[in-house]
Design a protein around this ligand. Structure first.
Ligand SMILES: [Zn+2]
Length: 321
């Protein structure tokens, strides 16, 4: 999974101790004047725009795993070789900042270095100017817990929906049990918050099927009013079809019970109703036809039914039951 985070990247001067940490990761020993170092916040425990947050243990694990991990700078298409490496991390708890959940704000602070070369000069100048960047971290987590009920949210099994309000609490997913940290990168911040999300929505979820799949996957989506209308009319259509289906099954069950009691008087209505209840609709049609055939052997049914009986005989429906 990828997580985006807005952060200030700030240059810092390298200390002797830090140089030792850096040189643990390098092939060739670097001197203080050969490296450029900067600080960056990788992630925190605030609920993000996907309605997800890391728990404290996850942040501590990420801090541990991100040491030595290389970062990429994707704002520059020619910047394939522009990489920085994290040499030190720490989980920092804020004394006066509180998250939207009311917890103390905790973030993973990282220190990264890159060799000072001609190739890196532009990037170093940008970082020195205090540019704000979006940091994207890529990691694997194995636990997805619902903030409302504590259930497993992976397959939407608890039924709560991220971003929906239950009582006075907004549901979100708590990410924990971090198993891997793959990479981190800088991406340009979209001009508006969520602008990228809306754009992605139009492209990715243009069909109702895709939209439903996304919701089923438990991902957070943002609708345009047109799309919301489309989804509502789709639900209304489904509700109407479901009601038709219920009426059809009720009438089918009533007929089956009637024919079954005529065909086999030893049976009782409740037993047949229970049998009908657990049968699929296609099976129920076969059962009804079989009882109707049998019943017509004892009692003359209406001419219309007789005509239909002939048809069912050609279908061999009696034998299906
Ligand atoms: Zn839940």
């Amino acid at each position: 999974m990828n997580k985006e985070f807005k952060a200030n990247v700030s240059p810092c001067t390298v200390t002797e101790e830090e140089l030792l940490l850096i040189n643990k990761l390098t092939v060739k020993e670097l001197k203080a004047e050969e490296v450029f170092t900067f600080k960056v916040i990788l992630c925190d425990n605030e609920v993000d725009r996907d309605c997800e947050r890391f728990d404290i243990a996850a942040l501590e694990k990420l801090a541990e795993l991100f040491v030595g991990v290389t970062g990429i700078f994707d704002h520059n298409p020619c910047g394939g070789n522009q990489t920085a490496r994290i040499f030190d991390t720490e989980c920092e708890t804020s004394k006066d900042k509180v998250t939207s959940c009311g917890d103390s704000y905790v973030c993973v602070k990282a220190k990264a270095y890159m060799p000072i070369t001609g190739k890196n000069a532009d990037l170093i100048a940008e970082i020195e100017a205090g540019i704000k960047k979006e940091v994207s971290v890529s990691c694997a987590v194995s636990s997805f817990t619902c903030s409302v009920c504590g259930g497993d949210m992976r397959h939407g099994s608890c039924g709560h929906i991220r971003g929906e309000v239950y009582g006075n609490r907004k549901c979100h997913c708590i990410l924990s049990d971090v198993t891997d940290a793959y990479e981190w990168s800088f991406v340009a911040i979209p001009a508006q918050i969520n602008a990228g999300v809306t754009k992605g929505f139009e492209k990715e979820y243009e069909s109702t099927d895709n939209l439903i799949k996304t919701v089923r996957d438990g991902r957070c989506v943002k609708f345009t009013s047109e799309q919301a209308k489309e989804l509502c009319s789709y639900i209304t259509r489904l509700e109407k079809e479901a009601e038709d289906g219920r009426l059809f099954r009720k009438s089918l069950t009533d007929d089956t019970v009637r024919y079954a009691l005529l065909a086999v008087p030893e049976l009782d209505a409740d037993t047949i109703r229970n049998l009908c209840y657990s049968a699929e609709t296609a099976e129920l049609i076969n059962i009804k036809n079989a009882f109707r055939s049998k019943a017509s052997e004892f009692i003359p049914l209406t001419p219309q039914l007789k005509a239909k009986k002939e048809k069912t005989q050609t279908d061999n429906n009696e034998f299906k039951f």
